[in-house]
Design a binder for this molecule. Structure first.
Ligand SMILES: Cc1ncc(COP(=O)(O)O)c(C=O)c1O
Length: 357
């Protein structure tokens, strides 16, 4: 018997969520963001599931893009950080993989290309996030420089928002970015999931939803279901031991939980080495055999404990959903002081993945 933990990925939910995300726009193109192993869901599996609906895919690594081509995926691919060296620049041009151009070092690599197989460049503007990109002041000159290179096909002006998900919105960044659209005369790609759902003025030609594809909300205080999305990832594990506690008994490292009345707890085969956040507090929601309950005590490397009180029939072998359709990932993330993004990306490789089509 293998250790009873698994992560189930519902690919039909991801397809539903892609369609739902693109529906927010007035028939704009939507690049499905599948970087970071499709936020932990499996890059090639997700791209294959979306191949017949997605307008294209956005990712980070050339190796992942090549793996998609090898898997027969012919949709447009864009690398969000562009090439990392001159050899990658040549390979991307040869394979027809587009990439963000955010620095002058990359323009030097592009100078070495010839016109036979031009590199599709997305010019990245730093509109205020101060991660990647050219300042708005320098952007028109960079657009001219790229347009003059024989081995480059400059198609798109792009930027990325820092606060599209909160009450500050996109106003300041959009005010810096939008005047460049007419000046550069390029297609536009700016919107992440939050802007796709909340800031239609930024939709441009191509939106870039990530988190909503996986059924989660980018907005604090809401869940994917509030946006009409279906959760794509279910992390669950079984009860492998049961303890009966007396009043005053403690649970786990640090004895952080103390029973204030007799109770039964289940020890579950999932810990922080599986990607469940160690910092999740006592009382983080779980579902035991479909019944809402909570964690008790500190999460260990390979185990955590749950209250079996609400599910008196539960025992060894009972299935505990740690997040999924019954336990929104957003609620677990809130109890761990983090984001749904981080939790879905952090599921460990040792957890077997099962795909539903
Ligand atoms: C450049 C870029 N575009 C789009 C996205 C998708 O963002 P989200 O998952 O919030 O939709 C990301 C993710 O971080 C990104 O870095």
């Amino acid at each position: 018997m293998t250790r009873p933990i698994r992560v189930e990925i519902d690919l039909s939910a991801i397809k539903h969520n892609y369609i739902q995300s693109r529906k927010q726009t007035n028939k704009r193109r939507a690049l499905a963001v599948i970087k970071a192993n499709a936020y932990g869901h499996g890059c090639t599996e997700v791209a294959t599931a979306l191949a017949d609906v997605a307008d294209g895919f956005a990712l980070l690594n050339l190796e992942d893009a090549v793996a998609l081509r090898d898997a027969g995926i012919e949709r447009p691919l864009t690398l969000l950080e562009g090439p990392f060296d001159a050899a990658e620049t040549r390979q991307m041009a040869r394979l027809g993989i587009a990439g963000a151009i955010h620095g002058e070092h990359q323009i030097e690599w592009l100078r070495q290309l010839d016109a036979a197989t031009p590199f599709e460049a997305w010019l990245k503007v730093n509109s205020g996030m101060n991660r990647l990109g050219f300042t708005p002041e320098r952007t028109p000159a960079m657009a001219r420089a790229l347009a003059a290179l024989p081995g480059v096909r400059l198609t798109t002006l792009m930027t990325h928002f820092a606060t599209a998900d909160d009450e500050r919105g996109v106003g300041e960044q959009w005010a810096r970015f939008s005047p460049l659209i007419a000046e550069c005369g390029l297609a536009v790609s700016a919107a992440n999931s939050a802007a796709t759902f909340r800031h239609p003025e930024t939709h441009g030609d191509t939106v870039r939803p990530g988190i909503t594809l996986y059924g989660c909300s980018p907005f604090e205080g809401s869940t994917g279901a509030d946006l009409g999305l279906k959760p794509a990832m279910t992390l669950s594990a079984d009860v492998i031991a049961v303890q009966t506690l007396k009043r005053g008994d403690k649970v786990g490292y640090g004895c952080l939980f103390e029973a204030d009345a007799p109770m039964r707890i289940g020890i579950v085969a999932c810990g922080y080495a599986d990607g469940y956040p160690r910092i999740a507090i006592n009382g983080t929601p779980v579902a035991v055999d479909g019944v809402a309950s909570r964690t008790v005590g500190r999460v260990s490397m390979d185990m955590l404990a749950v209250d079996l009180g609400p599910a008196p029939a539960a025992g060894i072998g009972s299935r505990v959903e740690l997040w999924g359709p019954q336990v929104p990932l957003e609620h677990v993330a809130a109890c761990a002081g983090t984001l749904n993004y981080e939790l879905m990306c952090a599921v460990a490789l040792r957890v077997p993945r099962h795909y539903r089509y």
